[in-house]
Design a protein. Structure first.
Length: 66
């Protein structure tokens, strides 16, 4: 749950920062350009977000059915 929350939040936050700073944020060498690429991969590896949601939902639903 922590991994899903943190990686999705990081993606949203950096995306908003890029929007706020405009085209300059996408120039090579800009910190946000680096972060924009950096925060994308963790939503895929070590359990993609969609798969994490399925696992969490199964766990929660499993608990309520016990
Ligand atoms: C930067 C980076 C580093 C990596 N390092 C390593 C490493 O060190 N060791 C290693 O073993 N692997 C590594 N990987 C691979 C990583 O584990 C896989 O990319 C990851 O498991 C997802 O598999 P996939 O890319 O084949 O995507 P797929 O499994 O093909 O998934 C593609 C899309 O479909 C979605 N999807 C898949 N199954 C379901 C489902 N059942 N329900 C809903 N949606 C689904 C996924 O969420 C994703 O959005 C790395 C990947 C990256 C990007």
């Amino acid at each position: 749950m922590a991994k899903l929350f943190a990686t999705e939040a990081a993606g949203r936050i950096v995306d908003r920062c890029v929007q706020l700073h405009g085209a300059r944020a996408l120039q090579r060498g800009h910190l946000l350009e680096h972060l924009y690429r950096d925060v994308r991969a963790p939503r895929i590896y070590e359990g993609a977000s969609e798969v994490q949601r399925t696992i969490i939902a199964r766990e929660i639903l499993g608990r309520t059915n016990r």
